[in-house]
Structure formats: C-alpha cells, structure tokens
Design a protein around this ligand. Structure first.
Ligand code: SF4
Length: 450
C-alpha cells in the first residue's frame, strides 16, 4: 500500500448501510412514532421485510453479529411466537396494501437454527399480514454445516430462492483460530445440494484480516470459492472489537495482521476473483456478470441498505426481531437488542422500538450523495443538493474535508461531480465520510477503513 494512504486506511469510518448511521440513533425513541410512520405508508408503497434470528449452534470467535447460543430450542420457539405477534400487530397498522413485499430477508445469527416448521410459520404470517409479491425474492443467511438434503429441499419448497453463507477461509489453521471448522468438500456439497433443490442464487462470504491469514492463503481461498461459482461473493475485513464482542477475546491481538497486510489480503482476493470472471461491485461485493447485482451496478441502479448492496428499491424496509432496524421515508427505528426486553414489549402489545431517528431534509440530501458514492463511485452532489432544495453552499464543510482525499488521489472533482478511482474502492467509505454531516472522528465508534 502506498504509504500516503496509510492515515486513511487507519481511520475509523462508518460502513454507510444507512445515513445517518446507527450510532446517531437516539435512545428512548418513541415506539408510537414508528407505528405512525407505518400507518402513514402510502397504499402503493413497495416493501422490503427483514427478520432477525439471533441464534446460532456455536459461536465463531470473529463474529460481530447480534447472536447467542441458546441452551435449548425452547428459547427459539418462544422467540418465533413473539415475532409472529409483532408481525401481525404491524400488519394491522400498515397503510400499505397487501401483496407489495418485493424482498424478504432472514438474517442473524443463523436463521436456519430455526426448524423448517418455524421458518414456515414466519413466512405464512408475513404473507398473511403484508402479502408477498408473486416475484418476491426470499433470501436467508445460513450455516452450511446445518444444511442437509432434506433441509435444502424443504427450504426451496417453502419459497426460499436465495441463500447466503459464511465460508470465510478454507485453510484449516485459520479455521481452528476462529472456531469455525468446515471443509471445502462440505461447502462444495452444500452448494450443489442447494442448486439441485432450486436455489437460483448462492452467496459466499469471505473474510480477510483473520489470524493466520496471509495474502497467499486468502488468494487460495478466493480461487477455491470462485471455482464453486456462487453468483455473489462478499468480502469483509475482520473488525476486532473485543471490548464490545467479548468472545473475540479468544482471538489474540498478536495474531492479527497489520493494516498493510490487510490491504494486501483484500487486494489479493479482489485480483483472484477478477481473474475468475467476477465483477467488482461497490466496496466489497463481487458478482458473476449475469447476476442482477452486477447488472444493477452497470446500470447505476444499485442500492445500499442494512443488508449491504442490493437491487432492492422498496419505499420502506420493515424489520422484525431483537435489534432489527426499520427504515421509513421519515427515518429509522430500532427494536430493543435485549431479547427479553423485546419480547416483553410485544407481550404487552406495545412496539418493541427503543432507538431511532427522524431524518432531516439535509440528512436525506447527504444520504443520497453518500449512497451514490458507495454504489456508483461518483455523485453529482450539485444536482442531488438541488433536487433536495439545497445549494452546494450547504456542502462547504464536505468540500473542505475532501481536500486531503483529493491530494492523496483517492477522489477527484469535476464541476459538481465527485469521483473515486475504481482502483481505490477500498477507500469508498473514506470519501463518503466527507459528506457525513454527523461524523466525529472517535476511536472504536466504527470499523477501520481497511
Ligand atoms: S454462524 Fe454466523 S452469526 Fe453465528 S456465530 Fe458464526 S459468524 Fe456469527
């Protein structure tokens, strides 16, 4: 890595899956407000629904998700009962007509921790309360170690058509350090089973920055992963936050690669996936050229939401489950992270929302610029400002913050268009951050850029 890029690589910057980002949400946000936003949805609003399942069979030491390992399935069953109550209550409040859910995504945790019967109960409840569009994309995250032939065919029969699972790294020494043992043979077998069952899209997650990884080892994993031809591959840098995620203490600081090594690892994966025919999408995704994500990136219709890059253009994202964040045209609403508090609110027939934020007009303008940069590597900030009723003078602070990035070659400006050179895609977040009106540089608030 060019040493003049080092200060930017070390900067802690948001991932911009929303703007304002979740750290700006206020505690004590009234659930009534979120209920009103739900009721105010236009009749013809298209919807996207997210369901959070905070359970796993065992913990991976690198995990940054909101999840836990229950001591019995009873906890999961009770959780599903609460989910059904909340979905039903929200369905009654929603102003949108039924049949407009275009995307449904189960994340976690490991949604396939739930039995097919329980997943089926949730699907039926969503369909009854909001109505799935006939062409809806129904996706779930999974753990390949729990996918049997029966499971794969059962999920496909219920209507799931997209699946994503963590591969991370195929090297055994790395897998032992992160407490996630899964052979290349298992992943290949499960991918084959899922295709046979009818899944039209399979996504693998890979990681860099893990203990015992080298640029050579991640390149080998990328090569093996690409050979299995998943339609999409997401590549994430490990964020070591043991003060926040206690199980990450099982990973020793001294085993972790430095920032230059992380940069080399991310670059090696990108190069290998490029050789294998994958198109680079935004910050950290790759897709086969005929995948809708790659086509949306070419057409500059790519979007970004809490699930990362997406083709989803829904008017609102309704999220269910502990810690889940809904996005309305007016702002964001997050449910209680604590499963007990979340389920008690629902049992009391109340909204489980505890945090959130009403966006201002300026937030929406800055959010649109940031999303354009994150998705398309460029944004016409003058045109976007004007569409939102502002002039570029509202962005003077951003233009000042852009100067060091321009001097380092990470961005350039022509007229009112800011661009990020594609070879610097790993620094997209840093350029987007220049347009963040709420950002304060504080250690450990966000993940490091590289
Ligand atoms: S399976 Fe996924 S969600 Fe569960 S602990 Fe591992 S990384 Fe975290």
């Amino acid at each position: 890595m060019d040493q003049k890029l080092l200060p930017f690589a070390l900067q802690d910057v948001p991932r911009y899956t929303s703007y304002p980002t979740a750290v700006q949400f206020q505690d004590g946000f009234p659930g009534d407000q979120a209920d009103r936003w739900l009721a105010e949805l236009p009749r013809d609003a298209s919807l996207s629904i997210y369901v959070h399942v905070p359970f796993c069979q065992q913990l991976c030491w690198y995990c940054g998700c909101h999840t836990s390992v229950p001591n019995s399935y009873g906890r999961a069953s009770a959780y599903v009962d609460s989910l059904l109550s909340d979905i039903t209550r929200s369905g009654k409040l929603s102003g949108a007509e039924k049949g407009n859910v275009k995307h449904l995504h189960f994340g976690g945790g490991t949604p396939t921790y739930l039995s097919n019967a329980d997943l089926g109960r949730i699907l039926a409840c969503i369909n009854g309360s909001f109505g799935l569009a006939p062409e809806a994309e129904i996706a779930l995250e999974s753990d390949p170690r729990g996918i049997t032939r029966d499971r794969a065919f059962g999920l496909a029969a219920m209507g799931f058509n997209r699946i994503s699972f963590g591969v991370q790294d195929f090297s055994l020494p790395v897998q032992m350090k992160i407490n996630r043992l899964q052979t290349h043979g298992l992943v290949a077998h499960v991918a084959e089973l899922l295709r046979e069952a009818g899944f039209t899209s399979i996504n693998f997650d890979l990681m860099y920055g893990l203990p015992a990884q080298t640029a050579g080892s991640v390149r080998q994993t990328a090569k093996q992963a690409a050979a299995l031809r998943p339609s999409r591959i997401s590549v994430f840098g490990y964020a070591h936050v043991p003060w926040f995620k206690k199980h990450q203490r099982m990973i020793s600081d001294s085993d972790l690669p430095g920032v230059s090594e992380r940069y080399d690892q991310a670059s090696a994966i990108a190069e290998e996936l490029g050789h294998a025919g994958y198109a680079a999408i935004g910050l950290d995704h790759f897709a086969l050229p005929d995948d809708p994500l790659a086509m949306a990136a070419s057409a500059e219709t790519l979007r970004r939401n809490f699930q990362g890059y997406t083709t989803d253009t829904a008017d609102a994202l309704l999220a269910f489950g502990a810690s889940a964040i809904s996005e309305f045209p007016q702002g964001f609403a997050q449910a209680a992270r604590d499963t007990l508090a979340w389920s008690q609110a629902i049992a009391g027939r109340k909204s489980p929302i505890v945090r959130g934020l009403a966006s201002t007009a300026e937030d929406r303008m800055r959010g649109a610029i940031i999303e354009q940069i994150m998705c398309n590597f460029s944004a016409d900030f003058g045109a976007i400002a004007s569409r939102h009723g502002f002039t570029t003078s509202a962005l003077e602070d951003s233009l000042v913050r852009l100067q060091p990035l321009i001097a380092a070659g990470l961005a350039n400006i022509a007229g009112s268009i800011v661009r990020v050179p594609r070879e610097h895609r790993l620094f997209l977040r840093s350029v987007a951050c220049a347009f963040d009106g709420h950002y304060t540089a504080a250690k450990n608030r966000h993940a490091r850029a590289i």
